[in-house]
Design a protein around this ligand. Structure first.
Ligand SMILES: O=c1ccn([C@@H]2O[C@H](COP(=O)(O)O)[C@@H](O)[C@H]2O)c(=O)[nH]1
Length: 279
């Protein structure tokens, strides 16, 4: 089954557009786990179990594991997600970007070591830095396009003289991903929920690509505006999928022993808000 098939199934089965982001920061763990990096797996496993039926995807951010020498815990977590939530695809948020030979190693890391279903990539080094990931047929690759942070303006929103008539860098990335770079239909784009007008613009250029949209929750992005701008559906079938990520607002909903139940409550509320906005 391809990543796109997995997304379609999870969206239907869990009635969800919500991606539960896994950004484990031991300093923010509940009291009984606080500042203990050896408990990253336990914390994330509890979140996964509590939210497995609420999510279209899970998105572990690799920096939160690597920073604490917790790669082995991430490997175990990937296996755990496959076991308790086999219907939910996993997007490894790694934002890799390097020359082809190095990209090949990063692709092995994402798809073979961790067994991710999709990965996030920086497109800044060009197509040969993306191509190695596309050799893993059926896997997904999300290119950073219009990111959620204010500094995204520094480059992505700049005008330049382009051959395809798209004057801003993020528009050019969207055009490449919808067209010539998308050899086997594996590409998607990362667009921030903090910029709904730009989500709309990306959707015009890339009507069918899956959009990974971080920025609701802690970054203040508007869930309803995000769905209106990004989701495309016809006759009840999704033709332009969106995957709306929230990490900290779910993970740290409570600093007490009930953190997993609290995470579930926030995940359900966010899922239902996103679902209601479809109509
Ligand atoms: O443009 C981007 C791309 C990636 N991210 C990542 O998403 C989550 C957001 O976390 P919140 O706690 O919901 O703010 C995090 O892993 C970022 O690295 C992003 O925020 N914006």
């Amino acid at each position: 089954m391809t990543f796109l098939d997995q997304l379609r199934n999870a969206e239907r089965q869990n009635r969800s557009l919500l991606c539960v982001g896994l950004d484990p920061d031991p300093a923010r763990f509940p009291a009984h786990l606080k500042n203990d990096a050896s408990r990253i797996y336990d914390f994330c496993a509890a979140i996964v179990e509590a939210t497995a039926d609420t999510a279209i995807a899970f998105k572990p951010q690799i920096a939160y594991f690597a920073a604490h020498r917790a790669e082995e815990q991430l490997e175990r977590l990937m296996a755990h997600m496959r076991s308790v939530a086999p219907q939910v695809p996993v997007i490894l948020d790694a934002k890799r970007g390097d020359i082809g030979s190095t990209a090949q190693q990063y692709a092995i890391e994402a798809f073979e070591r961790y067994g991710a279903d999709a990965v996030t990539l920086s497109p800044f080094m060009g197509f040969d830095s993306v191509q190695p990931y596309l050799q893993y047929h059926g896997k997904g690759a999300f290119l950073l396009c219009r990111t959620s942070n204010p500094g995204g303006d520094d480059l992505q929103n700049q005008r330049f003289a382009s051959v395809d008539g798209e004057p801003r860098l993020y528009e050019h990335v969207a055009r490449l991903a919808q067209g010539p770079w998308n050899l086997n239909g594996q590409l998607g784009l990362v667009v921030g929920a903090t910029y709904p007008a730009e989500i709309e613009r990306v959707r015009e250029i890339a009507p069918t690509l899956p959009l990974l949209i971080p920025g609701v929750g802690a970054q203040g992005g508007d869930a309803v505006a995000t769905v209106k701008a990004g989701l495309r559906a016809q006759g009840g079938e999704t033709t332009g999928p969106i995957i709306v990520n929230s990490s900290r607002a779910i993970l740290y909903a409570s600093a007490s022993a009930d953190f997993a139940e609290a995470a579930r409550r926030v995940a359900l509320k966010t899922r239902d808000e996103l679902h209601a906005a479809r109509i």
